[in-house]
Design a protein around this ligand. Structure first.
Ligand SMILES: *[C@@H]1O[C@H](CO)[C@@H](O)[C@H](O)[C@H]1NC(C)=O
Ligand SMILES: *[C@@H]1O[C@H](CO)[C@@H](O)[C@H](O)[C@H]1NC(C)=O
Ligand SMILES: *[C@@H]1O[C@H](CO)[C@@H](O)[C@H](O)[C@H]1NC(C)=O
Length: 491
């Protein structure tokens, strides 16, 4: 009897515990998302962002066309809808503006091949040309230098000189000619650092009794109108930062809301942080614009000379956009049409290279798994490794480190391997090596970099760009100071 009641008690206890466990363990949404991924379910109907567009920044280390075609295949497999191609000086500009293309640019035939490949993989090509700031590649040419607002920082075009408008219009027209089927264009217009500093603008503001805000917005509206009405693009995107603090009244007055769709961009790990976006931004956009996009990053936002990919860092940025949408439910549900997942090659035209595209592909795939299926971080990594057929399928418990991403099959995986493993080891040894020990001899570093250059040149980059990578990495390697962090750790 005594024994029985003890057993009963134990049974009751275990049932209670089981109940508590079942009731307190949240319904695992993640597991079902992973199942949705494994089941090959198209995520387009369920994901947060209807449209997912991946950005390709050609202002540094522009890939060869063959590589791009392979890259498109990968994007298509991961339910990407389009690519935003920021041509910069890689576009075969001709006529009056021929000088702004770089020596080694895509030919017209290259552009046709790119567009055709995109079409085959159901990716819409959205060309991006700058039309306000970040026109360094135009303004550095002696022929156009006089159109810069600032004579030292060649960032912003003087929008009160008709020659500037002419150049931008020619760029749009030439882009249109080679993109006859594109319905959307992006006119950039971010980070114009020197508005209304030049005499031409100052005089104009006096003459027309307008302020700097009116001047800025009038320009963006003018280019937006041209891209729509003259060049025939149905949708014209523009980055939002040149008008994100303007009042609804100023925005309405300029009519930019009639011509452009704003893209709210921000690449820090948590974009929901108070004060990161201007107060009331989403209310203003909601009230004034028909729709808008947001823009996250999968590379190129983690230091201007960053060589190594930090997958978690960029995933956090994606996650914070989903959180941001939760914070602005109305705007998200009614007006957000999609997300641009950007991948920057340089902070600006004159800057060094950031993470190379092949190095950031696992990061992009993790981000896409998250955006498509809202997988947990662990599951997103697992899905990435499985999708890229990495060797290390057995996902190490809780260790989400790039060093566990090995032997994968994706275009440029050999470059990922060299940079993220061989090169990182050499760099880490130089940073963390004991001062009384010789750092890795130069010859070893140079050997790795030669290997890298060969792989890059073979199928990914043009030789001149592979050379740039080699020189920059070697330069940065020499600048590293060996520090003895080990003594700090043991003390
Ligand atoms: C544009 O679309 C048409 C019809 O689908 C197609 O035949 C043509 O090849 C496309 N042009 C380009 C440049 O992609
Ligand atoms: C990667 O990013 C995470 C999150 O921002 C950060 O905590 C971590 O220190 C970064 N790792 C490296 C190696 O920089
Ligand atoms: C770079 O690649 C091209 C094309 O694959 C090849 O013809 C050339 O020999 C390579 N150059 C070097 C230095 O490896």
């Amino acid at each position: 009897m005594h024994k029985m009641s003890k057993l009963c008690f134990l049974a009751l206890l275990s049932v209670t515990f089981m109940l508590i466990f079942v009731l307190t363990t949240p319904y695992s949404n993640d597991r079902s998302s992973y199942a949705a991924y494994e089941g090959g379910i198209d995520p387009r109907k369920t994901r947060q962002f209807k449209n997912i567009i991946v950005h390709l920044d050609l202002k540094g280390a522009p890939p060869r066309v063959e590589y791009l075609i392979e890259f498109f295949k990968l994007l298509s497999k991961h339910h990407v809808d389009g690519i935003l191609i920021e041509y910069e000086d890689m576009f075969p500009y001709s006529g009056d503006i021929e000088e702004i293309r770089r020596d080694l640019h895509y030919s017209e035939n290259d552009i046709r091949r790119i567009i055709q490949a995109a079409e085959v993989h159901n990716l819409e090509v959205i060309p991006l040309i700058q039309s306000f700031g970040h026109l360094e590649f135009v303004l550095k040419k002696s022929k156009f230098m006089g159109l810069s607002e600032d004579l030292i920082d060649l960032n912003t075009i003087c929008i009160s000189d008709s020659k500037s408008i002419d150049i931008v219009k020619q760029m749009i027209e030439q882009i249109r000619r080679l993109h006859p089927n594109s319905t959307r264009i992006h006119i950039g217009a971010d980070e114009a650092y020197h508005v209304a500093e030049d005499q031409r603008c100052i005089e104009r503001m006096e003459k027309e009794s307008i302020g700097k805000s009116d001047l800025k917005l009038e320009h963006i509206a003018k280019i937006g109108k041209f891209a729509r009405e003259n060049a025939g693009f149905e949708t014209v995107f523009a980055w939002n930062d040149m008008f994100d603090k303007e009042s609804e009244e100023t925005i309405r007055k300029s009519k930019i809301n009639k011509f452009i769709v704003p893209v709210v961009w921000g690449y820090r790990t948590d974009v929901t942080e108070n004060g990161y976006f201007p107060d009331g931004l989403f209310e203003r956009i909601f009230n004034v614009f028909d729709r808008f996009y947001v823009a996250s990053a999968f590379k190129g936002a983690d230091g201007a000379r960053q060589q190594f990919s930090n997958i978690s860092r960029y995933l956090e940025n994606q996650k914070s956009y989903v959180n941001l949408m939760d914070l602005h439910k109305n705007a998200a549900a009614q007006k957000v049409d999609g997300i641009f997942v950007t991948g920057w090659s340089r902070f600006n035209h004159f800057n060094a290279l950031c993470e190379l595209l092949p190095v950031a592909i696992p990061s992009l795939i993790v981000d896409l798994f998250y955006l498509n299926y809202q997988l947990t971080e662990k599951d997103a990594w697992r899905a990435m490794k499985s999708s890229l057929e990495c060797e290390n399928r057995r996902h190490l418990r809780g260790i989400l480190a790039e060093s566990t991403v090995h032997g994968c099959k994706f275009p440029g995986a050999d470059v990922f391997e060299i940079i993220m493993h061989d090169w990182k080891r050499a760099v880490d040894r130089r940073i963390f090596g004991k001062p009384d020990q010789q750092p890795s001899p130069d010859s070893e570093a140079i050997e790795i970099l030669k290997n890298l250059k060969k792989s890059l040149n073979q199928s990914i980059l043009y030789k001149t760009d592979a050379d740039e990578v080699f020189n920059q990495y070697l330069h940065d390697y020499h600048s590293l100071i060996a520090q003895n962090t080990r003594t700090e750790i043991t003390n």
